[in-house]
Design a protein around this ligand. Sequence first.
Ligand SMILES: C[S@@+](CC[C@H](N)C(=O)[O-])C[C@H]1O[C@@H](n2cnc3c(N)ncnc32)[C@H](O)[C@@H]1O
Length: 401
Amino acid sequence: MPEERIARNIALHIAAGDGNITKCETLLNDDEDGTNGADAWWEDESHLRWNALHFAVSGGHSDIVKLLLRRGGIWNAIDELGFTPADYAWSLNNDEIYWILFEEGVRQTLVLNLLDRKALAQSASRDPGANGATAKDGEGEKGVQVGENGESSTLKLQVTESSGEVSAQNDRFLESRLTFVKDGEGKMRCMDKDGGLVMAAWETDVMQKTATLLCTDQQTGQPITGLKILNVGFGLGIVDEFFQQYKPSKHVIVEAHPDAIAFARQNGWHEKPGVELIHAKWEDALDQLANGELFDVIYWDTYAQGYGELRDFFEEVPYLLDESNPNARFSFFHGLAGTNRFLYDIYTRVSELDLREMGLDTQWYDIRPSTTSETWNGILRKYWDLDVLRIPISKRIQDVE
Ligand SMILES: C[S@@+](CC[C@H](N)C(=O)[O-])C[C@H]1O[C@@H](n2cnc3c(N)ncnc32)[C@H](O)[C@@H]1O
């Protein structure tokens, strides 16, 4: 970039930090002599890779934050320390700016998800043989859509370092080997071939609370027995153990990985009461599922799939939940962007809005899972680093007479 342009971009950073909105506008606009305006997205390598939004946030100037967002400022740009502008707003207790950035993030994520789906639909119609809906680059492990530096891959179409790993692509993951081993505390974990953590004991509390929320009468707090339950993704079978405690009349488990199926069979899951173990990708099992008796409880927790696939599953939920039961419930493991609080908030809201579009109303229940340094010992990458995990419980929106 030419020096004059860099100087202009730095001048924008200074004006944004000082709260001088008139100067920011002048610098952003093209000059009368044709000189281009400053770049709202530009990152200063010599200053923590901050962009103009980071400076505006650090000065607490909400008007300039709004201006920069209108003029191409990148709401989720990560600096050298891994922080977005919203992370600074949060640490400075600036709620107003945090929510401005949040609303912008939700808006852009919804628009980009929509564009992504349109592009997939078009590519599918051009080449019906292509497996466009699942073959996506750059998605990280366990539903995390955040790349190495924390950027959301739905938002920036870039290939992250993780794209060479099997967790970046569901079909490759399903063709690679899994290992079921004990960690340093003697607890079972399931790992993919690159050392990615597919499932581990730290999630046990989350699975237990989810099963309780799904299988308990919300009025009386009494457990409900005899439910028809569908679980997608067996892993270590932790959530299924909890489901079994409610003595379901039907307990269907859809699992795509041959090694996870073998592990389930070794542990006698194919013989447990009410259990039907289906070895298939959920995408391929849908017809079979929807043609049978429908479900009171549905849970979704897969691996090597991102928000796009989760949203595809949302679309199926209304067809799988038993319509005759107004209390039929759906939940999923919400680990989306589980290493960045702000992006986690964005995905919480985006998934809630997408579920609403499917006619489902969602309540969130908080849990503080406990992890130790042993949890991530020998693991390729942490996929969870926040205090509070949110468990969604979605039900059909009831018609008001
Ligand atoms: C995180 S684990 C599930 C953990 C489980 N909730 C538990 O409590 O142990 C994810 C599982 O989803 C499976 N999986 C991945 N892609 C799938 C797909 N397309 N359809 C069905 N299962 C899939 C993986 O093989 C893995 O066993």
